[in-house]
Ligand binder design. Structure first.
Ligand SMILES: [Zn+2]
Length: 471
């Protein structure tokens, strides 16, 4: 038996004189049921007065949104109408199809795949274009089609709605109006900004400890990234240390989290040292985290920008005997031996200056971090998706994968740090300093700090020390 849903057909007897009418109505009912070509409708009659239920295949029942009530005085016409509706619905079936855009797909090709012919596809394409630029269709984007087919043959009948998801909680919807024309509208879920706070003791990893407090994983990832310049999580963070956080969530009207927002405040209490940082967008539009006094974080470059943290140094910076050239020469970087395909991270925030095959370096990337520092990466197997000159990267972002291209004896990362145009030892670089807040920026920033302090001072630790832990 197929999945069925109950649709109640109550024939209320108001008047004994109407029993004959009811009996006649029931005869009509059975005639209709027998006339249905599809077996997915059944009926049961109690006594000779009442239709108890109709079992109708699930998708038909969904279309009969309200159980129909039929009264004896007008039952014949009502039953006729109802059953002609049921009949049509049984012969047709609605399909909901979720589509993920694949490489090479266009809006037209997707509509063709659903079953629309070229004219129909062009019609809806023209309607959609008013709200959505078809060139914006991206691989992986989610689409939904609701369309009607014939139950017996599976033949495509019509498209009812077509949805393009354009963002989290945002979509462009095309639907058939009463005149059988497509109307298109842009929809956006109402998002409510919610500010949450949490504090807790660290037991095990910081990530796991934060997860226990119900903090979303993207927020945890960002929290760790904020401190990644100034805290060595493996060395500095111990059991019993604490964290504090104030962050935003966006929820819908039912309280479901649609997306996570920004971290407004982040603090780590490492033994007696509290590092508290506040988010601030300066007049130029740059967002960064500052101490209570408006001091920027001291940022340092990653000394081992690899996903494989146990990678050993296979060749240090400086003078060495070259195994291929068989002579002594200066080695201008550090080599880390790591399995082929290990992810390589950007050593710091910056802009990709080069991503190309570069002689003995093989596949090579150079990143400019600021006026003082650049980093370079050699012998890569391949570059990460989207990495090309001009692209902005964040510290810790994957830029490529370990390989053995160029002049190389085995898979390893050759990592160079260039300071003021000179290659220096990545293992002994000194931190560069971010810009501190001053003037009007500092005045505005102090309001932000006061706001957070007044709201959360009762739950957070008081012994604040404004200095940043040294790496
Ligand atoms: Zn090397």
């Amino acid at each position: 038996m197929p999945i069925t849903e109950l649709v109640k057909l109550n024939i209320k007897q108001r008047n004994r004189q109407k029993i004959i009418t009811v009996a006649y109505a029931l005869a009509v009912t059975f005639a209709f049921i027998l006339s249905l070509t599809n077996n997915s409708v059944e009926a049961s009659v109690a006594g000779n007065e009442r239709v108890n239920y109709l079992l109708i295949e699930n998708n038909v029942a969904q279309n009969l949104s309200n159980p129909e009530t039929i009264y004896p005085e007008d039952s014949i016409e009502n039953i006729k109408n109802l059953f002609s509706t049921v009949n049509a619905l049984v012969q047709e079936k609605q399909i909901d199809k979720a589509i993920t855009v694949q490489k090479g797909d266009t809006l037209i090709s997707v509509l063709n795949d659903v079953g629309l012919n070229r004219n129909e596809a062009n019609d809806i394409f023209a309607a959609l274009k008013k709200e959505f630029d078809p060139r914006d269709l991206k691989i992986g984007q989610k689409l939904h089609a609701n369309y009607t087919i014939r139950s017996s043959s599976g033949e495509f009948v019509r498209l009812n709605t077509f949805v393009i998801e354009t963002g989290i909680g945002e979509r462009v919807v095309a639907y058939l109006n009463e005149n059988d024309e497509f109307e298109v509208e842009r929809q956006k879920d109402e998002m409510i900004e919610e500010v949450n706070s949490a504090t807790g003791s660290i037991d095990g990893t910081l990530g796991a400890s934060m997860q226990k407090q119900g903090i979303p994983s993207r927020i945890i990832h960002n929290f760790i990234a904020i401190f990644s310049y100034s805290v060595d999580f493996r060395r500095d963070v111990r059991k019993g240390d604490k964290f504090e956080i104030v962050y935003e969530n966006y929820i819908d009207s039912e309280g479901k989290v649609i997306k996570s927002g920004n971290i407004l405040y982040a603090a780590l209490i490492l033994r007696n040292d509290k590092i508290a940082l506040y988010r601030f967008k300066n007049k130029a539009g740059n967002i960064d985290y500052y101490t209570e006094k408006g001091l920027a974080l001291k940022k340092t470059l990653d000394r081992k920008p690899l996903a494989f943290k146990n990678a050993r140094i296979s060749s240090p910076f400086g003078r060495r005997y070259h195994p291929i050239l068989r002579k002594y020469k200066i080695h201008w970087g550090v080599d880390y031996a790591a399995p082929r395909g290990t992810a390589i991270y950007a050593g710091g925030d910056g802009v990709i200056q080069a991503a190309k095959y570069y002689g003995s370096y093989g596949n090579y990337i150079k990143i400019r971090h600021n006026s003082e520092f650049s980093t370079a990466y050699g012998h890569m197997q391949r570059f990460a998706k989207g990495i090309r000159p001009g692209v902005r990267v964040k510290q810790g972002q994957i830029i490529g994968y370990v390989g053995s291209t160029g002049r190389s004896t085995g898979p390893h990362l050759h990592y160079e740090v260039i300071q003021n145009g000179r290659r220096v030892n990545p293992r002994t670089i000194k931190a560069s300093t971010g810009e501190n807040l001053a003037g009007r920026n500092l005045t505005e920033f102090k309001k932000v700090v006061a706001n957070i302090k007044s709201s959360y001072s009762s739950m957070f630790a008081q012994n604040e020390t404004p200095k940043i832990a040294k790496k």
